[in-house]
Design a protein. Sequence first.
Length: 235
Amino acid sequence: MMSLPIIRVHWLDQSRAFRLLWLLDHLKLEYEIVPYKRDANFRAPPELKKIHPLGRSPLLEVEDRETGKKKVLAESGFIFQYVLQHFDHSHVLMSGDSDIADQVNYYLFYGEGSLQPPLMIEFVLSKVKDSGMPFPISYLAGKVADKISQAYSGGELKNQLDFLEGEIKKNNGYLADGKLSGADILISFPLQMAFERKFAKAEDYPVIAKWLETITSEDSYAVSKEKARALGSKF
Ligand SMILES: N[C@@H](CCC(=O)N[C@@H](CS)C(=O)NCC(=O)O)C(=O)O
Protein backbone atom coordinates (compact mmCIF):
# COMPACT_ATOMS: atom_id res chain seq x y z
CA MET A 1 0.00 0.00 0.00
CA MET A 2 1.22 3.49 -0.84
CA SER A 3 1.98 5.52 2.25
CA LEU A 4 -0.36 8.38 3.00
CA PRO A 5 1.07 11.89 2.66
CA ILE A 6 1.75 14.10 5.66
CA ILE A 7 -1.45 16.02 6.32
CA ARG A 8 -1.15 19.43 7.94
CA VAL A 9 -4.07 21.67 8.90
CA HIS A 10 -3.54 25.40 9.18
CA TRP A 11 -6.11 25.97 11.86
CA LEU A 12 -7.46 29.31 13.05
CA ASP A 13 -8.88 29.48 16.54
CA GLN A 14 -12.68 29.89 16.75
CA SER A 15 -13.31 29.29 13.09
CA ARG A 16 -14.86 27.00 10.53
CA ALA A 17 -11.49 25.18 10.44
CA PHE A 18 -12.75 23.10 13.39
CA ARG A 19 -14.90 21.00 11.08
CA LEU A 20 -11.81 19.93 9.13
CA LEU A 21 -10.27 18.52 12.32
CA TRP A 22 -13.53 16.68 12.88
CA LEU A 23 -13.57 15.29 9.34
CA LEU A 24 -9.99 14.00 9.68
CA ASP A 25 -10.58 12.62 13.17
CA HIS A 26 -13.71 10.82 12.08
CA LEU A 27 -11.71 9.17 9.30
CA LYS A 28 -9.04 8.32 11.90
CA LEU A 29 -6.35 9.99 9.82
CA GLU A 30 -3.11 11.18 11.35
CA TYR A 31 -2.45 14.86 10.85
CA GLU A 32 -0.56 17.84 12.22
CA ILE A 33 -2.15 21.09 13.34
CA VAL A 34 -0.46 24.45 12.80
CA PRO A 35 -2.41 26.82 15.07
CA TYR A 36 -3.11 30.52 14.50
CA LYS A 37 -4.78 32.95 16.91
CA ARG A 38 -7.23 35.65 15.89
CA ASP A 39 -6.17 39.26 16.44
CA ALA A 40 -8.02 41.91 18.48
CA ASN A 41 -10.36 42.56 15.52
CA PHE A 42 -11.18 38.83 15.23
CA ARG A 43 -9.16 38.61 12.01
CA ALA A 44 -6.59 36.00 11.05
CA PRO A 45 -2.94 36.90 11.72
CA PRO A 46 -0.79 37.87 8.67
CA GLU A 47 1.29 34.64 8.92
CA LEU A 48 -1.56 32.75 7.28
CA LYS A 49 -0.89 34.73 4.09
CA LYS A 50 2.52 33.08 3.88
CA ILE A 51 0.77 29.75 3.41
CA HIS A 52 -1.89 30.99 0.98
CA PRO A 53 -2.30 34.56 -0.39
CA LEU A 54 -5.90 34.87 0.84
CA GLY A 55 -4.82 34.20 4.41
CA ARG A 56 -8.01 32.41 5.39
CA SER A 57 -8.49 29.22 7.32
CA PRO A 58 -8.79 26.30 6.92
CA LEU A 59 -5.86 25.48 4.69
CA LEU A 60 -4.82 21.92 4.11
CA GLU A 61 -1.23 21.12 3.29
CA VAL A 62 -0.48 17.73 1.81
CA GLU A 63 3.14 16.64 1.66
CA ASP A 64 4.38 13.61 -0.26
CA ARG A 65 6.57 11.55 2.07
CA GLU A 66 8.89 10.36 -0.69
CA THR A 67 9.38 13.45 -2.86
CA GLY A 68 8.68 16.14 -0.22
CA LYS A 69 6.38 17.83 -2.73
CA LYS A 70 3.81 20.02 -1.02
CA LYS A 71 0.37 21.14 -2.09
CA VAL A 72 -1.74 23.74 -0.30
CA LEU A 73 -5.50 23.49 -0.63
CA ALA A 74 -7.94 26.26 0.26
CA GLU A 75 -11.77 26.45 0.44
CA SER A 76 -13.56 24.19 2.91
CA GLY A 77 -15.81 22.46 0.36
CA PHE A 78 -12.91 21.68 -1.96
CA ILE A 79 -10.76 20.51 0.94
CA PHE A 80 -13.56 18.18 2.10
CA GLN A 81 -14.01 16.84 -1.42
CA TYR A 82 -10.27 16.22 -1.72
CA VAL A 83 -10.02 14.45 1.63
CA LEU A 84 -13.06 12.29 0.91
CA GLN A 85 -11.82 11.41 -2.57
CA HIS A 86 -8.26 10.60 -1.55
CA PHE A 87 -8.52 9.27 1.97
CA ASP A 88 -11.99 7.77 2.43
CA HIS A 89 -11.64 4.65 0.33
CA SER A 90 -13.81 2.61 2.66
CA HIS A 91 -16.72 5.06 2.29
CA VAL A 92 -17.07 6.09 5.91
CA LEU A 93 -18.17 9.65 5.12
CA MET A 94 -18.64 9.57 1.34
CA SER A 95 -21.07 7.07 -0.09
CA GLY A 96 -20.03 4.59 -2.77
CA ASP A 97 -23.46 5.06 -4.34
CA SER A 98 -23.18 7.77 -6.97
CA ASP A 99 -26.61 9.34 -6.33
CA ILE A 100 -25.91 9.68 -2.63
CA ALA A 101 -22.37 10.90 -3.36
CA ASP A 102 -23.92 13.62 -5.57
CA GLN A 103 -26.10 14.68 -2.68
CA VAL A 104 -23.11 14.87 -0.33
CA ASN A 105 -21.08 16.82 -2.89
CA TYR A 106 -23.96 19.24 -3.37
CA TYR A 107 -23.80 20.19 0.31
CA LEU A 108 -20.03 20.71 0.11
CA PHE A 109 -20.74 23.55 -2.35
CA TYR A 110 -23.99 24.68 -0.75
CA GLY A 111 -22.46 25.41 2.67
CA GLU A 112 -20.24 28.26 1.54
CA GLY A 113 -22.16 29.13 -1.63
CA SER A 114 -25.72 29.55 -0.33
CA LEU A 115 -25.97 29.12 3.42
CA GLN A 116 -23.00 31.18 4.56
CA PRO A 117 -23.80 34.48 2.71
CA PRO A 118 -26.99 35.44 4.61
CA LEU A 119 -25.30 34.37 7.85
CA MET A 120 -22.34 36.58 7.05
CA ILE A 121 -24.65 39.53 6.35
CA GLU A 122 -26.48 38.95 9.65
CA PHE A 123 -23.08 38.83 11.37
CA VAL A 124 -21.98 42.14 9.84
CA LEU A 125 -25.33 43.73 10.70
CA SER A 126 -25.00 42.56 14.31
CA LYS A 127 -21.60 44.28 14.39
CA VAL A 128 -23.19 47.49 13.07
CA LYS A 129 -25.76 47.37 15.88
CA ASP A 130 -23.00 46.67 18.35
CA SER A 131 -20.44 49.20 17.16
CA GLY A 132 -20.60 51.44 20.22
CA MET A 133 -21.35 54.65 18.30
CA PRO A 134 -22.99 57.49 20.24
CA PHE A 135 -26.73 58.22 20.16
CA PRO A 136 -28.44 59.09 17.79
CA ILE A 137 -26.03 57.51 15.27
CA SER A 138 -26.25 54.16 17.06
CA TYR A 139 -30.05 54.31 16.92
CA LEU A 140 -30.10 55.16 13.21
CA ALA A 141 -27.46 52.58 12.35
CA GLY A 142 -29.53 49.98 14.22
CA LYS A 143 -32.64 50.94 12.23
CA VAL A 144 -30.76 50.64 8.93
CA ALA A 145 -29.33 47.26 9.98
CA ASP A 146 -32.83 45.99 10.88
CA LYS A 147 -34.15 47.18 7.53
CA ILE A 148 -31.47 45.32 5.57
CA SER A 149 -32.07 42.20 7.64
CA GLN A 150 -35.82 42.40 7.05
CA ALA A 151 -35.43 43.05 3.35
CA TYR A 152 -32.83 40.41 2.67
CA SER A 153 -30.68 38.38 5.02
CA GLY A 154 -33.23 37.57 7.73
CA GLY A 155 -35.78 36.20 5.26
CA GLU A 156 -33.13 34.48 3.19
CA LEU A 157 -31.74 32.77 6.27
CA LYS A 158 -35.22 31.53 7.15
CA ASN A 159 -35.59 30.23 3.60
CA GLN A 160 -32.33 28.26 3.97
CA LEU A 161 -33.15 26.90 7.41
CA ASP A 162 -36.66 25.82 6.38
CA PHE A 163 -35.06 23.97 3.46
CA LEU A 164 -32.55 22.18 5.70
CA GLU A 165 -35.20 21.34 8.30
CA GLY A 166 -37.20 19.63 5.53
CA GLU A 167 -34.21 17.82 4.01
CA ILE A 168 -32.97 16.37 7.31
CA LYS A 169 -36.49 15.19 8.10
CA LYS A 170 -36.85 13.60 4.67
CA ASN A 171 -33.45 11.90 4.89
CA ASN A 172 -34.09 10.25 8.26
CA GLY A 173 -32.22 12.59 10.56
CA TYR A 174 -29.16 13.36 8.39
CA LEU A 175 -28.49 15.37 5.24
CA ALA A 176 -28.03 12.28 3.07
CA ASP A 177 -29.02 8.64 3.28
CA GLY A 178 -29.98 8.51 6.97
CA LYS A 179 -26.37 8.40 8.09
CA LEU A 180 -23.46 10.67 8.94
CA SER A 181 -21.49 11.93 5.94
CA GLY A 182 -19.03 14.70 5.08
CA ALA A 183 -22.07 16.88 4.36
CA ASP A 184 -23.26 16.83 7.99
CA ILE A 185 -19.78 17.71 9.25
CA LEU A 186 -19.42 20.63 6.82
CA ILE A 187 -22.89 22.05 7.42
CA SER A 188 -22.63 21.73 11.22
CA PHE A 189 -20.60 24.92 11.56
CA PRO A 190 -22.96 27.46 9.93
CA LEU A 191 -25.94 25.99 11.75
CA GLN A 192 -24.21 26.02 15.12
CA MET A 193 -23.27 29.65 14.47
CA ALA A 194 -26.83 30.55 13.43
CA PHE A 195 -28.15 29.37 16.83
CA GLU A 196 -25.21 30.54 18.95
CA ARG A 197 -25.27 34.03 17.52
CA LYS A 198 -29.05 34.11 17.85
CA PHE A 199 -29.74 34.67 14.16
CA ALA A 200 -32.30 31.87 14.51
CA LYS A 201 -33.93 30.04 17.41
CA ALA A 202 -33.30 26.33 17.90
CA GLU A 203 -36.95 25.95 19.09
CA ASP A 204 -38.13 26.98 15.61
CA TYR A 205 -36.04 24.22 14.02
CA PRO A 206 -36.47 21.07 16.13
CA VAL A 207 -35.20 18.74 13.41
CA ILE A 208 -31.99 20.73 12.90
CA ALA A 209 -31.56 21.06 16.68
CA LYS A 210 -31.92 17.29 17.16
CA TRP A 211 -29.55 16.61 14.24
CA LEU A 212 -26.92 18.91 15.77
CA GLU A 213 -27.26 17.09 19.07
CA THR A 214 -26.92 13.69 17.39
CA ILE A 215 -23.93 14.46 15.20
CA THR A 216 -22.00 16.31 17.90
CA SER A 217 -22.31 13.29 20.18
CA GLU A 218 -20.01 11.30 17.85
CA ASP A 219 -16.77 10.26 19.60
CA SER A 220 -14.79 11.93 16.80
CA TYR A 221 -16.34 15.29 17.71
CA ALA A 222 -15.06 14.96 21.29
CA VAL A 223 -11.60 14.01 19.99
CA SER A 224 -11.39 17.14 17.80
CA LYS A 225 -12.81 19.33 20.54
CA GLU A 226 -10.12 18.11 22.91
CA LYS A 227 -7.42 18.97 20.35
CA ALA A 228 -8.88 22.47 19.88
CA ARG A 229 -9.09 22.94 23.65
CA ALA A 230 -5.50 21.83 24.14
CA LEU A 231 -4.54 24.61 21.72
CA GLY A 232 -6.34 27.16 23.87
CA SER A 233 -9.68 27.30 22.09
CA LYS A 234 -12.65 27.95 24.34
CA PHE A 235 -15.43 25.50 23.77
N1 LIG B 1 -15.08 30.06 1.96
C1 LIG B 1 -13.90 29.90 2.75
C2 LIG B 1 -13.94 30.92 3.86
C3 LIG B 1 -12.71 30.93 4.70
C4 LIG B 1 -12.82 31.95 5.81
O1 LIG B 1 -13.37 33.05 5.65
N2 LIG B 1 -12.31 31.58 6.98
C5 LIG B 1 -12.39 32.44 8.13
C6 LIG B 1 -12.48 31.58 9.37
S1 LIG B 1 -14.09 31.27 9.92
C7 LIG B 1 -11.13 33.26 8.27
O2 LIG B 1 -10.05 32.78 8.00
N3 LIG B 1 -11.29 34.48 8.77
C8 LIG B 1 -10.21 35.30 9.15
C9 LIG B 1 -10.15 36.59 8.41
O3 LIG B 1 -10.96 36.78 7.50
O4 LIG B 1 -9.29 37.39 8.74
C10 LIG B 1 -13.83 28.49 3.29
O5 LIG B 1 -14.88 27.88 3.51
O6 LIG B 1 -12.73 27.96 3.48
